[in-house]
Every structure is written in C-alpha cells, then in structure tokens.
Ligand binder design. Sequence first.
Ligand code: WT7
Length: 655
Amino acid sequence: MADELYSPTPEFSQRAVVSSRAAYDRLYRAALDHPEEFWGDLARQELHWFQPFNKVLDWQPPFAKWFLGGRTNAAYNCLDRHLSGARKNKAAIIWEGENFEQRVLTYQDLFRRVSKLANVLKRLGYKTGDRAIIYMPMVPEAAVAMLACARLGIIHSVVFGGFSSEALKTRIDDLNANLVLTADAGQRRGREIPLKRNMDAALAECPGVRHSIVYRHKGAEIAMREGRDHWWHDLMFGAPEDCPAEALDSEHPLYVLYTSGTTGKPKGVVHTTAGYLLQTHMTMQWVFDLREEDTYWCTADIGWVTGHSYIVYGPLSMGATTLMYEGAPDWPEPDRFWRLIEKYRVNVFYTSPTAIRSFIRLGDQWPNKHDLGSLRLLGSVGEPINPAAWKWYHQVIGKDRCPIVDTWWQTETGAIMISPMPGAVATKPGSATLPLPGIVPDVVDLRGEPVPAGQQGYLVIRRPWPAMFRTLYGDDERYRQTYWTKIPDVYFTGDAARRDADGYYWVLGRVDDVINVSGHRLSTMEVESAMVRHAAVAEAAAVGRPHDLKGQALVVFATCKGGVPKSPELVEELRQWIGHEIGGFARPDEIRLVEALPKTRSGKIMRRLLRELVTADKISGDTTTLEDYSVLLKLSAEGKEEEEILEQKAKNTRS
Ligand code: WT7
C-alpha cells in the first residue's frame, strides 16, 4: 500500500524560504558535493564575525572543528546585530506566566538586561571559561542568564527545573561549576517548585560554587546565605549597560547539557559556538520557514536541548519573536495552549507527540473553542509521532491548511537533522522525511553496511555537521566509545530506523537502554543506580513499556535486601525516592518487588526478558512470576548477553 502523501499547497510554497522539491534537491546536492563551500558561504553570510575564519572544517574523526580561526559571539548574534534596524523595538520574547501574567521584552530590552547581567558577573569575578549552572523556571531571565554567560564566554549548563537537588549536585560536580543562577521558586499546575531550596541542599556539598544569583519570581519564603547568595535585582540595580561581547573562538564551548546515557552517570554534551549557532539559525529558515512578522512558539522547557536551540539561540539569532510560556498545557483548563495561540496570534507552533496525544484524549472541544486561524506551520519533536496523532494535529489544529514538520534530532546533534522543508517536501504521517542539506544519514547494520530500502537498521550520520557536539565534558574516551565505535566510522545515533523506497526516513525509537518518557530521555541505568542507593533494595532493573500517552512508561523490577518485607508502602517510598534522587518526572509508573531477577549465566540481568514481560499484554498484570522466567532461562540453552539488545531489532512501540 502506498503511503499517504501530503504535498505542500501552492499558497504555502510560493512564499516559502525553499519553495519546491527541485530547490531542495539543488541545495542538498550542493551541500553533498561541496560541503565546505556550502557551510562556509552560509557562515559568512548569516553570522557576524569579529574575525573571519580561515578554514571551514578540521575533521580528525571523531573530533570536528568548524570555522577555524574565526571569532564570534552567540549573544552578539542574538542581540547586538538586531539593534541597528527595524528590529530594535520588535518583541524578542513574549512571556506568559501560568497565572496569566504577561511580559514583552523587545530586542533592546533583552540586550540591556543581558549586558547588565554580564557586567554583574564580571564584577563578581567571572570570566571566559568559567562554568555556570542555570537552574531556573521558564521565565525570560533564564534566557537572559544564558545570553549573559554566552556574552562573556562563561560555559552554561541549564539544569531542568524538574530535577531534584541530588541530580543538580551531580551536574554541578561533573562540571566543576563555580556559579549558580536560580530563582526563589517556579510554578507548575499551581504548585510552587522550590528551586532555591533545592539549590541550597545541593550546594551544601558543592564548596566550589562561590556565588549564587537568585531571581525573585514567586516571592517564596527562602533563606539567603550571606556572602554566597545574592538577589538578582540587587545586583542588577545600577549595573552599567555597556558590556561589549567577547570575541570568542568559533570552537569556544557555548554550553554543556547533561543527557541520559546507558550508564548511571549523565553525559555532559558539549556544544561550541559558531557551528551550533549557524545550524540552529539555518534550520529556523529551512524548517520553520520563518518570516519577519511571525510569532513563533516552541513549547519545550528551556532545560532541554529543544529549549536551547529553538526558544533561545535559533529564534533570537534570526531576530524572531519567540513566545515563552511558564506553565502546564492543561492549566487551569485543557485549552491553555489554544488560548495562547489565539491570544498571541501564533503562526508557527512546535510541540511534542506526547502533548498532542494528551490533547486528543482531552477532546476536540478544547481547540475548537478557539480561533487558530493564525497558524501557518506545525512542528513535532521528541519521539516518533504515530500517524493517528499526526492526522489529528493536521486536521483539528492545522485545519488541513498547515504543513507539519516532524523534526528528528538529538541533544547531541544540536539542531534539526531530518525534517521536511515545508514548502518543498511532501510529507507522510509518521516520517521525518528527508535529511536537511549538509546532513548525510544512513540506515546500516552493525558492520556499517547500508541495509536495503524498507528494512530496519541503525540510524547513523556519515559526515560531521556544524552543530554536532564536540565531546562529552571531560571525557573524550566515553565520547568515542559511546558514539563512534559500535558501528565503524560513523556517528551512531542510538536509534533504529528504516528508509523507504522514496528515501524517506522512519525513525523507530531507541535501541539502547535509554527510554523516552513523554519526550524526555531517561536512562534505565540511572534509575537502577538510584534504586540500589535505597537501603531496602538489593538489585533493580528498569525497562520501558509502551504507553498510549507518554510513548513509553518506566517499570522497575527490584529485589529487597534480606529480611525487608515487601509492602505497598515500600513501593510508594521507592517511587518517592526516585523523585528525590533524580526528579519527579522520573518516578516509575510501576515498581514490582520480586523474589529474583532473571539473569544470564554470567550474572547479567536480562532486561530484554523483562521488557518482553511488561510489553506482552497477555503476561503483564497476571500472576506469572519472574521465578518462572528464571526457570525458563535455565532451561534455555544459552543465556543471551546484554549486548544483543543492540542486535535486537527495535520495535515501533506504538504501531
Ligand atoms: C531522541 C533524542 C531533539 C529534541 C528532543 C529530544 C527521539 C527525537 C524524534 C522524531 C522520532 C525522535 C530519538 C532521539 N526523537 N525526535 N522526530 N522522530 N524520534 O532530545 O532527549 O536528545 O532525545 O529522541 O529517539 O534519539 P533527546
């Protein structure tokens, strides 16, 4: 059966940045044949340089450097260069709080705040190369903090506000950070999130942090520690507005963002300045087809890479108006997103399949109450979007008028890699379609050989790209091992995919021990290590189970230490424990306390079996015990090794 094809309408194509399939093909060809010329020309045209680069790419696999010898600054590109023309009084950030407060910051406003904060940081003694943690709610000041760091070359690491003090501490330690920017509290679904209190708990064991700067957001009751903690508004009062942007090397690290890997320790993904900025900037044009007058809204949190690339750096570099919303999608009522779109006349809307599926469940009456006529383009990111959700999004939100860009990328890739160009490429529901210019993916087997069209394999990227991460912070070896050795000579994404006869990519999901819960990457190993830190737990194994709404749900099997009785109270305590050790969003959907975990002869836990157990409807929930499985295992000739998980074909969990 042929796939359903949605072609761009002539009205859309006519005004699009890339307006025909032939134009896309030409761009792709040019980048493929002459990558350095292609990216070099764009970098010269699209970015401001304090000093021009003299070499486009230095590729010593797996280490890349882009735009060598060049000097630039991300904050300068996002702010200063917009101040001389018509954009100076254009809204840069439109913010709405969960309680309906509203703020609008023009480019000049934002520039002034960033410059002042940069001066504050200087006065406290911070300089290029220092490392700052940003642990803030979704307020414009989070972007101000990022840009002030970028202005001085201070490497920032945003820690999602949903992370616990334990997770915060781990990140401060790994980064050896000496500064934290936070707020008294955040808000979600009417509840306060005690950010400052969490920071205090983390800093009790992080003596390297000399100062913290606290933005007063909710007026929450907090304790300030003399000499260490400073109120944001106190420091900003009277700070000079003139703070020239540092001319930084193209390869100066812009930020480190921690993401879950296949061990208990999160990976510090390092992004640098020029290449990252160029590709986020270009994808705003290629994928979001941005127009000067657009109001653009990406619903991600600033704590994830989507927030970095598509709320802050990409849109601001383009001089766009970016909407920022603090709260939950269903607060106070399930129509909050649609209300926002109507109120601010949003033109380009970018959200996740999880959000879309939950809106489907809430009912069409909520979007139907609102005028969504301003929308021109819809985007999706974070996980595979199932065709049914895609079609609902197209029909009920886009009124069959708006193209959908299903954008595949990762924290590591920094920017969108595979996605339709909406005026050029016909879409198929569920497919991220074709690679963007300069991106050379492939679907291969474990030896790196391409698999035939229509067959599943591993998604890899064959050539370096400008926004690629450069390493894992302080751990080149783990970078090499994790991404560049499993399949020879290429970047291994950790995803399974197939490419159809038209060259369209269908990303199927992760093949490693990483699960994707509501578009948030969670490491099963991280959860397991947290579990066994609890006094009652002997062993733990965490796996993902398909979930209608969240994509995957987290299920943890655990055995107790001798003499500890299993009880519902203990299960609840362990759920809270995970919330404490990692963050509320990581709390397992289910914890099963069992007598034993199935293991191979060599003693490795067979997560594959557990995955099957929780996935197969006929077994899950009934009385089949794990011991039966261990017995079953003993009977089977060989205990399969964990590495075979990689060999195992990923299942499209929601097909
Ligand atoms: C993983 C990356 C990139 C921003 C958000 C997540 C999955 C992401 C898609 C998509 C199918 C997708 C992949 C990828 N993923 N976008 N459009 N179609 N899968 O960033 O936390 O680094 O997770 O999310 O499995 O590897 P992340």
